[in-house]
Design a protein around this ligand. Structure first.
Ligand code: AMP
Ligand code: MG
Length: 319
């Protein structure tokens, strides 16, 4: 499971491993992904095994370009086309009708496939060298924190993976926004592209999110993205000082006295910076053996919607 710098030789090695049915962790602009040839059901099965991910949780397929997209999806309706023009390559995933050749395991038997075109140069270079669409969920154990650095992947899954390509810290640090088009455009998972940005292309979207317990949306399960340390969403001003001594504190830019550890996601109160630092900060505090992590709720606008979505799921887990 060597961690490789993305030199041309190493990219070739990783691409060869993928062509041979291997599993490789790759950097993307959202989080690190655990990639396998999307058309190779045995390779894809290894992703589920390594992540201990239930097979009812379909994967996102990554494509290099339009030609690769056409091998994965049966058609691109006009609304999808407009979103593609505006946001690809980038952190937008579209749910579209699949080609019959996409294995059922990738889509959990659904007639649709989730697909996106990443912008990260290493992800693109691997897609180009492999020559095949890559199925790639986040490179973490199912239900746990998403990895935004190669070290996070190495610690969680290192023993099981052929290679980890190190592309530095993820630019967005938050998963892609997932949009379905049928029967009408709707956001299935808030993410790195804000709902307002999507609406600039689609027009107003329904306010209702998809049912959080629906089995096709495990990223939408109420318990997900969790560190091992219990998380609590709480206003620090309501927390007595005795409860702060062995706990950590995370906020957008507010400070709180008396906590064993305290982190601000963005001193400037910038939600983009906060999103990019969210998982990294949770990983960091999770490693410190704290009793609990208190998180001050962030404003629910723009990227704050996706950040709060992840924090709610992280804080729902029972230990
Ligand atoms: P991950 O790759 O771990 O970020 O998660 C991918 C997310 O995309 C999961 O929550 C899936 O439920 C969702 N997804 C993948 N394929 C589909 C699909 N065909 N329809 C709806 N959601 C999907
Ligand atoms: Mg994930």
């Amino acid at each position: 499971m060597p961690v490789l710098r993305p030199t041309p030789e190493n990219l070739d090695r990783a691409a060869a491993a993928l062509r041979a049915g291997g599993v490789v962790a790759i950097p993307t602009e959202t989080v690190y992904g655990l990639a396998a040839n999307a058309f190779d059901a045995r390779a894809v099965a290894r992703i589920f095994e390594i992540k201990r991910r239930p097979t009812f949780d379909p994967l996102i397929v990554h494509v290099l370009d339009e030609a690769m997209l056409a091998r994965v999806v049966a058609c691109v309706p006009p609304a999808a086309r407009a979103l593609i023009e505006r946001f690809w390559p980038g952190p937008l995933t579209l749910v579209l009708r699949k080609q019959p050749s996409v294995p059922e395991l990738v889509t959990s038997g659904l007639p649709t496939v989730a697909v996106r075109m990443p912008s990260h140069p290493v992800a693109r270079s691997i897609l180009e060298r492999t020559g095949t669409p890559l199925a790639a969920p986040s490179a973490n154990l199912f239900g746990r924190l998403s990895p935004t650095r190669a070290e996070h992947v190495e610690r969680a899954l290192g023993h099981h993976i052929d290679f980890i390509l190190d592309g530095g810290p993820a630019e967005f640090g938050l998963e892609s926004t997932i949009v379905t088009l049928k029967p009408a455009p709707a956001v299935l998972r808030p993410g790195s592209i804000t709902i307002e940005e999507i609406e600039q292309v689609t027009g107003p979207l329904p306010a209702e999110q998809s049912d959080a317990n629906h089995p096709v949306m495990p990223g939408g399960l109420p318990q997900h993205y969790a560190p091992a340390t219990p998380i609590r969403l709480v206003r620090a001003e309501t927390v007595p000082s005795a409860e702060r001594e062995r706990a950590g504190f995370i906020a957008l830019s507010q400070r709180a006295e008396g906590y064993a550890q305290a982190r601000q996601l963005s001193n400037r109160g910038d939600l983009r910076e906060a999103a990019a630092r969210l998982f990294e900060t949770l990983h960091e505090l999770d490693d410190l053996g704290l009793e609990r992590i208190d998180v001050e709720p962030l404003p629910e606008r723009g990227l704050g919607i996706a950040i709060m979505d992840r924090l709610r799921r992280a804080s729902n887990v029972e230990f």
